[in-house]
Design a protein around this ligand. Structure first.
Ligand code: NAP
Length: 248
């Protein structure tokens, strides 16, 4: 039986690699994106070439109606969900907290915290056996920023990821008896476009060389950890915060 997942922010970076790897391993994949439809369609194409089924699902994770619609569209096209990767996230340009606007912090918390909680809530509703689901796996994408704090860069982002860690710990306890495992992957600096979106296009190489492994991670390396946590190979792992950070 094919199993189905939804990957939020599945069109680029870590989500893209996760969607393609999962499809190659037999999952059907809902590929969520916010703005870049072309990128999402390319991921669907790659997933199909890898032998899987996939569908593009537009929506802003910070908007409740969009979240409901993206879950509905994935299930109506690909079948009932067995897993969700709560991955979509944003950063902003580097600033000390003293110089951050409320507007900037609000958007970071809306996408990274409210968005993660809304998607995890929807996953809980649909996967829980007591609510008619089949059980399954939720993987939240956090960050090592949650324990580093990201001073002078983005303590707002770091705090948003600490909330994702706490969500993971609590939800794993709520949903274990319902047949749902909940874990987080905490990437270290990874070579994606997110750094350019935060006006630091060289950040991955600059920080990467300072890590114990001496380089930034590649999105495919983070995807391996996520897809492992999705599948039965990790059947006794729940409530874990798995660092994939090159030792940082
Ligand atoms: P990325 O390359 O910038 O890709 C972000 C993805 O999220 C895109 O598919 C984007 O879609 C989507 N997205 C953004 N805002 C969204 C919203 N409001 N609703 C729905 N989708 C949205 O980012 P990434 O580096 O792969 O990061 C993925 C996750 O890993 C994030 O949670 C990030 O915090 C975490 N992480 C990344 C690093 C790193 O160094 N890269 C390190 C630690 C943790 P559009 O293109 O359509 O906007």
């Amino acid at each position: 039986m094919t199993k189905t997942i939804l990957v939020t922010g599945g069109s680029r970076g870590i989500g893209r690699s996760t969607a393609i790897l999962a499809a190659a391993q037999g999952w059907s994949v809902g590929v969520n994106y916010l703005a870049d439809r072309e990128a999402a369609e390319e991921v669907v194409q790659r997933a199909e070439q890898a032998g899987g089924r996939a569908v593009v699902v537009q929506g802003d994770v910070a908007v409740e109606a969009d979240v409901l619609a993206m879950f509905d569209r994935t299930e109506s096209t690909l079948g009932r969900l067995d897993g969700v990767v709560v991955n979509a996230g944003i950063v902003a340009p580097p600033l000390p907290l003293a110089d951050m606007s409320a507007e900037r912090m609000r958007r970071i918390f809306e996408v990274n915290v409210l968005g993660a909680y809304l998607c995890a809530r929807e996953a809980a509703r649909r996967l829980s056996m007591s609510r008619g689901g089949r059980g399954g796996s939720i993987v939240n994408v956090s960050s090592v920023a949650a324990r580093i704090g990201s001073p002078f860069e983005y303590v707002d982002y770091a705090g948003s990821k600490a909330a994702v860690d706490t969500l993971t710990l609590g939800l794993a306890k709520e949903l274990g008896p319902d047949g749902v495992r909940v874990n987080a992957v905490r990437p270290g600096v990874t070579d994606t476009d997110i750094h350019a979106s935060g006006e630091q296009p060289d950040r991955a190489s600059r920080i990467g060389v300072q890590t114990p492994l001496g380089r930034a991670g590649q999105p495919d390396e983070i995807a391996q950890a996520i897809v492992w946590l999705l599948g039965d190979a990790s059947s006794y792992v729940s409530g874990a915060l798995l660092d994939a950070s090159g030792g940082r």
